[in-house]
Design a protein around this ligand. Structure first.
Ligand code: EPU
Length: 420
């Protein structure tokens, strides 16, 4: 297994190019299953998660080529059965269910299971499929969804923690080829959902309202091939903005979308990290002393849960008390005990973490537990004095394209080494 070895204390300086969004690319790749014509998707980040999705598409019978950020998929003839061994590796694989159900009227997919950040149920996906007329059976760890035909319907997709991102994408994809009109109430408003809707519309779907809480899908008879460029990854962008602030550096992000980052930029400004626009670039610099802030994760346009861990690393450096409340996933604080190994003082109280910031961080070996927790440990390691070894970075490789190379270009002393 590989680790990052970081020699901290170097402020980051320079320019970094933001990659395409993982969480938009995954459902968009799944959406290519909706047509028997070729689709071309640009700016797909080269990550283990996007590679898994390519393997899943291939296992279903599609011809796929992934070269220099462009994926070409031709799903001329496909089957509706996805094997456990592939699906279990990535929760995002659930989003092949909608396209399979729409195109083949059947989908048999291994249940994706929980993960370290919480239980991650799929009841809302299934509720949506049932509302469209699918018959769902769960047997032997597999979801068996079948439908004679899918029929448009109105449905409320809000759950315990609000809307569901992949659930909204899944139902939207299923409804594109249904008979009649589907209305999704309490739809997720995330930019990734909008990107999926834009791609589906480019394929000939008739979707309106994406980006708001009510999405209307007029079913069409057939979808055709299309070409699309994935939006920039707002979570990767946020991670670099925070890393600039945490190391007291100045970093220019190329290709990030400020309009997708409003909540993050607002909190960074409050914490003493300025983020300015310069043309299509974003420049982050720490221009004052860091200040504590309270942060609550919420569905978009609130502060993203996928940036909570990274923000905690920054706030561990801000003298005073910050309260970070996690409202999306029930156990997304696995990074707290690892940050403590670097000297951070953080207590968990129910869904909140109380960060007593301002203690100097010093390097130590730490263990990455999930994707965003890994990014938080890298940020803390970059800001800490001395050497930090972040183990199990395969989590990080799922969602960050060449993070070590990008950080090195900004001056960081970070190496990929074999874990000892
Ligand atoms: N939920 C339900 N029932 C469902 C689906 C979700 O109760 O059927 C709950 C979840 O347990 C959670 C909340 O609803 O409490 C939101 O979950 P959501 O369905 O929106 O999450 P997701 O679509 O499975 C995507 C991202 C996650 C990101 C979340 C929230 C992808 C591949 N994953 O997951 O990304 O945290 O939305 O924004 O798009 C990451 O990239 O590190 C990551 C975990």
């Amino acid at each position: 297994m590989e680790s990052f070895l970081i020699k901290g204390g170097v402020p980051l300086h320079g320019e970094v190019e933001i990659s395409g969004s993982k969480n938009a690319a995954l459902p968009i790749l799944a959406a290519t299953l909706l047509t028997d014509e070729p689709c071309i998707i640009h700016r797909v980040p080269d990550l283990s998660d996007t590679r898994f999705m390519v393997q899943i598409l291939q296992s279903l019978g599609a011809t796929v080529r992934f070269e220099s950020g462009t994926v070409t998929v031709h799903a001329k003839k496909i089957k509706g059965y996805a094997d456990y061994d592939l699906v279990r590796k990535m929760r995002g694989s659930i989003c092949i269910a909608g396209p399979l159900l729409a195109r083949l009227h059947k989908a048999r997919i291994s249940l994706p299971g929980g993960c370290i950040i919480g239980a991650r149920p799929i009841n809302l996906h299934l509720k949506g499929f049932e509302a469209l007329g699918a018959n769902i059976k769960i047997e032997g760890g597999y979801i068996d969804a079948t439908a004679k035909r899918l029929t448009g319907n109105s449905m409320f997709l809000g759950g315990r923690a609000g809307p569901t991102v992949l659930g909204t994408a899944n139902i939207m994809m299923a409804a594109t080829l249904a008979d009649g009109v589907t209305v999704i109430e309490s739809a997720a408003c995330e930019p990734e959902v909008v990107d999926v809707a834009n791609f589906l519309n480019a394929m000939g779907a008739d979707i309106s309202g994406a980006g708001g809480p009510t999405i209307t899908i007029n079913g069409v008879k057939k979808l055709h091939g299309a070409e699309h460029e994935v939006i920039p990854d707002r979570i990767e962008a946020a991670t670099f903005l925070i890393a600039a602030g945490a190391t007291n550096g100045e970093v220019t992000l190329r290709g990030a979308r400020a309009d997708h980052l409003r909540a993050v930029i607002d909190k960074l400004n409050e914490a003493g990290v300025s983020v300015e626009r310069s043309g299509t670039n974003l420049i982050a610099r720490r221009n004052k002393k860091l200040k504590p802030v309270d942060v609550t994760t919420l569905p978009y346009s609130g502060f993203p849960t996928d940036v909570q861990a990274q923000m905690m690393s920054l706030l561990a450096l801000a003298p005073g008390i910050s309260i970070i409340t996690e409202r999306i996933f029930e156990s997304r604080f696995m990074h707290v005990s690892e940050l403590a190994r670097l000297g951070a003082e953080i207590e968990i109280e129910g869904p909140s973490a109380i960060v007593k910031g301002g203690k100097p961080l010093s390097g130590a070996p730490v263990m990455a537990s999930d994707l965003r927790a890994s990014a938080a440990l890298v940020i803390a390691g970059l800001a800490a004095k001395g050497a930090t070894q972040v183990n199990r970075i395969y989590h990080l490789d799922r969602g960050y394209e060449k993070m070590d190379a990008k950080l090195r270009k900004l001056g960081a002393r970070i190496q990929r080494v074999e874990e000892k």
